[in-house]
Ligand binder design. Structure first.
Ligand code: HEM
Length: 498
């Protein structure tokens, strides 16, 4: 390390060989430990300063695990697409709650290998392929009804503004639970599972006392450890009977009564054959269900809230969208899925909101499986380094986007700077709310469908206005996703009473 450090810090000793990207001097061990215990995502402000000092690629010289931050679209494309395979790994998960919750069986934190491949292929082909997604159109109608009923009740509040995020989350969660377990759970059960999900999500961004020496810290923070273990047990108590019920159904011995769907994520997981022919255990299936529910609900409802917030602020955009929706679904009770294809402005509104307010400001951490060189041979990302890409900064880059901080859906229509943008980033990256490359979010198609279907119907059903005399505040706050600091309060007036 002594030999290496001067070279890393002093660029003149480079001799044109690729070197670690620029950055502040070596970070002492104490800081490394703190970084590991808190979330790197909380460093966003510090990073902005580092990027303005060192440029679009910055390395923190953390001993044994240099950590690289990228906020430039070409470098991001090089890292995620060209060098995709070498940077498709994930850092090992820090021990403690994160590891217990994922139970070493989820897609998100699996290293780039056979387990990840089997699980991801199963999710993509058996659940998220358009032919599978179509199986749940009745479920989407049902979830939409839940949402509209809740909002209608809220709108009876006269002209007062009401908070809408909880209703968004509940409807989205009900739908994901139906897709996951094939069952419509009652409201009480749904609320309990949902509150457990939020409990686990918070663990990701809170201070993690078990990251260092868990064998000791778990005794020091005994109460907290026991509380997490109890929440996990409770989640399994709820999930495992639901999993068994699908297994019985598969074996032709249907046990549970009530409404159930013909297909579910659990059904696909029961059929997964891992390397060596092993099947997934019940507790592993439970972890994957947890991942499906948390991955699918929180991000999508966060995005939905940002979209509706922008539409409340931009009455002109809301009016234009409503006209498009009315024309495409004329004479129908609801906007149906096939109508969405005739709504370019709706797609533009959603793309613009995802650019301006990506629910995740960073992709999940990537890890270099071997030495990788980026920036035309200039920067070395050594094996074992962590790589973080700043999704939000890419979408706000003034070199790519005109008036990048304004909400202007028109830019995604013909002739605009976002026209024809490839959201998967395979050709080039201009924005990447779902990441890009091998680890890109497999749920992006489903998320876009849910957003389009819900937004079109929400705008058709209600007029959305700000609270009397107030403007919607777009300040941000980091939870698991980047949410509205002041959750949206809107006056929602049914358009059926006009
Ligand atoms: C608006 C909604 C959503 C957004 C903005 C979003 C965003 C992301 C991002 C940025 C990543 C990390 C990519 C990377 O590390 O390079 C990711 C990964 C992932 N997402 Fe999503 N996501 C959304 C919805 C969903 C849905 C609906 C599902 C599933 C039903 C899902 C499942 C996953 C999974 C399993 C991964 C891990 C992929 C892997 O490691 O291979 N997401 N998502």
């Amino acid at each position: 390390l002594k030999l290496l450090l001067p070279k890393l810090i002093n660029p003149s000793s480079r001799h044109n060989k690729p070197t670690l990207p620029p950055g502040p001097p070596a970070i002492p061990f104490v800081l490394k430990t703190t970084l590991q215990r808190t979330s790197l995502f909380q460093l966003e402000l510090v990073l902005r300063q580092l990027h303005s000092k060192y440029g679009p690629i910055v390395a923190l010289r953390i001993p044994f695990r240099p950590t690289v931050f990228i906020s430039d679209r070409d470098l991001a494309h090089e890292a995620l697409v060209h060098a995709g395979a070498a940077l498709a790994d994930r850092p090992p998960i820090v021990r403690g709650p994160r590891a217990i919750v994922s139970n070493h069986a989820d897609i998100t934190s699996s290293s780039y290998g056979p387990l990840w491949r089997s699980l991801r292929r199963n999710l993509a082909a058996e659940m998220l392929h358009p032919s599978r997604v179509r199986l749940f159109s009745r479920g989407r109608e049902w979830a939409l009804r839940i949402l509209l009923d809740k909002l209608r009740l809220q709108s009876e509040n006269g002209d007062r503004a009401v908070g809408v995020m909880e209703s968004f989350q509940f409807a989205m969660f009900s739908l994901l639970v139906l897709m996951c377990f094939g069952e419509k759970l009652d409201e009480k059960a749904l609320e309990e599972v949902q509150s457990l999900q939020y409990y686990f999500l918070r663990l990701f961004v809170e201070f993690n006392p078990f990251a260092v020496l868990p064998a000791i810290t778990k005794h020091v923070f005994r109460r907290r450890w026991d509380e997490i273990a109890a929440a996990l047990r409770r989640q399994e108590e709820i999930f495992i009977p639901l999993i068994r019920s699908r297994q019985q159904r598969k074996l032709g011995r249907r046990q549970r009564e009530g409404e159930s769907a013909g297909y579910s994520y659990v059904d696909s997981l029961l059929d997964v054959e891992l390397e060596g022919g092993r099947r997934l255990r019940e507790d592993e299936i439970a972890s994957l269900c947890h991942e499906f529910l948390s991955g699918g609900t929180d991000t999508t409802s966060t995005a939905l809230q940002w979209i509706m917030a922008e539409l409340v602020r931009n009455r002109e955009a809301q009016g234009r969208l409503r006209e498009e929706v009315e024309a495409a679904a004329a004479g129908k009770e609801r906007v149906e899925e096939e109508d969405l294809q005739r709504m370019p402005y709706l797609k533009a509104v959603i793309a613009e909101a995802l650019r301006r307010h990506p629910p995740g400001h960073f992709v999940l951490p990537h890890r270099a499986a071997k030495d990788v060189v980026l920036g035309g041979g200039r920067y070395l990302i050594p094996k074992g380094a962590e790589v973080h890409i700043n999704v939000a900064e890419l979408g706000w880059d003034g070199r790519t986007w005109e008036e990048s901080m304004s909400f202007r859906p028109e830019r995604f229509l013909e002739g605009g700077d976002g026209s024809g943008v490839d959201i998967t980033g395979s050709r080039e990256i201009k924005m990447m709310p779902f990441g890009a490359g091998r680890r890109m979010c497999p749920g992006f198609g489903l998320a876009l469908l849910h957003l389009e279907y819900f937004v079109a119907n929400l705008v058709r059903e209600f007029e959305w206005k700000a609270a009397e005399g107030e403007e919607v505040d777009l300040s941000e706050r980091l939870e698991f996703t980047t949410v509205m600091k002041y959750p949206l309060q809107a006056r929602i007036c049914s358009r059926r009473d006009r």
